[in-house]
Design a protein around this ligand. Structure first.
Ligand SMILES: NC(=O)c1ccc[n+]([C@@H]2O[C@H](COP(=O)([O-])OP(=O)(O)OC[C@H]3O[C@@H](n4cnc5c(N)ncnc54)[C@H](OP(=O)(O)O)[C@@H]3O)[C@@H](O)[C@H]2O)c1
Length: 337
């Protein structure tokens, strides 16, 4: 079969499209024939060696994929051949809070990922895809969708009165708008581009703020919330956007710190607003199998479909990653077979 390996991690061009052996199915595993995959910023980071150091050159990249079951191991009872499925980011995190032991099961990082024709995965980390989702849509949900869901719903305890702040119009943030709106909350999103914000407005965002043309965007968040500030924020920017996010937050609000799109350099960040406002700063690492199942149910109930910005063919993974690098996209980038 054909598949990709990360190579020497010196950038997108390290990615190698190679012939490989089809996987064997162990007793507790199932084999998925992939139809679609989606990219996450982490996949780009891994290819640039910005994510947890060197991986074996033969590591299969990507955490996200959806397809059909073509073989099951002798102990597998929850799946059958022909089932339409997607894979959870952490195969071994089924439920409850995160635990260090789950970190050896993050797909495309510590263990082989999805960017192949056929992959063998532990059956307990495979989730059935409701028939209302295409494979391309299903491939978008496990990493970006679950991260937004975990922050807003599980950690953030969103309600109709909540003001939810999303930074940028990438995969996680667009899911954030959709989930916040499904919960009846007020969704505020920032972007470098007015054109992208027009699309987000059409997806239901209540307040759209250009952070490039408006450096004091936190003041606009306060304005949009009648001076209260955001109750929940998904922090995709990291240390260099955090001071603004502190300013934009309400007293007792929750910041889900998930990424470092603005760089991970040391900054002289003033932590006083965090203390004064009693802000809960919470790290979020994607989520469990049960969170993915709850998100799928919520998306079905509320007719939410992942927003796919652009699709590529399986042979064009480098082009898809270059498109992600250009940050021209909105929402998710999908690779189809
Ligand atoms: N902890 C976790 O579990 C977890 C899970 C998923 C993702 N992440 C992290 O979360 C971040 C977003 O991931 P993603 O896959 O959604 O990324 P993505 O789709 O590649 O999003 C990129 C977009 O973010 C916006 N952006 C870039 N720099 C920004 C900045 N300084 N301030 C605000 N927005 C900025 C840009 O949109 P505009 O042009 O609209 O500004 C850009 O197009 C990444 O750092 C990723 O590693 C973490």
């Amino acid at each position: 079969m054909k598949g990709y390996i990360v190579g020497d991690q010196k950038g997108i061009n390290s990615l190698k499209f190679v012939d490989m052996q089809e996987p064997e199915c162990n007793d507790n595993e199932a084999i998925i024939k992939f139809h679609s995959h989606s990219l996450n910023y982490r996949d780009y980071m891994i290819l640039n060696q910005w994510y947890g150091g060197l991986k074996p050159e033969t590591l299969i990249p990507l955490s996200d994929g959806a397809g059909e079951i073509v073989e099951i191991g002798t102990n597998v009872k929850n799946l059958k051949i022909g089932d339409r499925v997607c894979v959870n980011f952490f195969s071994d995190w089924i439920n409850g809070p995160i635990h260090p032991k789950y970190f050896s099961s993050d797909l495309g990082g510590s263990t082989n990922g999805t960017l192949v024709e056929y992959g063998a995965f532990p059956a307990h980390g495979i989730v059935k895809l409701p028939s209302s989702f295409s494979y391309a849509e299903g491939a978008c949900i496990p990493c970006a969708g679950v991260t937004a869901w975990n922050t807003i719903f599980e950690a953030g305890k969103v309600n109709k009165e909540s003001n939810v702040l999303l930074l940028g119009t990438g995969g996680v943030s667009v899911f954030g708008v959709q989930i916040a709106k499904a919960m009846g909350a007020n969704a505020i999103i920032t972007s470098s581009s007015d054109k992208k914000l027009e699309v987000l407005k059409s997806l239901g965002a209540d307040h759209c703020i250009n952070y490039k043309s408006n450096k004091d965007w936190a003041a606009n968040v306060l304005e949009a919330t009648n001076g209260t500030g955001a109750d929940i924020a998904i922090e995709t920017g990291g240390p260099n956007t955090m001071a603004h996010t502190f300013e934009a937050m309400s007293f007792n609000g929750l910041i889900g710190l998930i990424g470092f799109l603005s760089g991970n350099a040391n900054t002289s960040l003033d932590m006083m607003p965090l203390i004064g406002k009693n802000i809960n700063l919470r790290g979020i690492a994607v989520g469990s199998v049960e969170m993915l199942e709850r998100l799928l149910k919520c998306m079905q109930t509320n007719a939410i479909k992942p927003y796919i910005g652009k699709e590529f063919h399986f042979s064009e993974a480098k082009e898809a990653l270059a498109y992600m690098e250009s940050q021209s996209h909105i929402g998710k980038i999908v690779i189809n077979h």
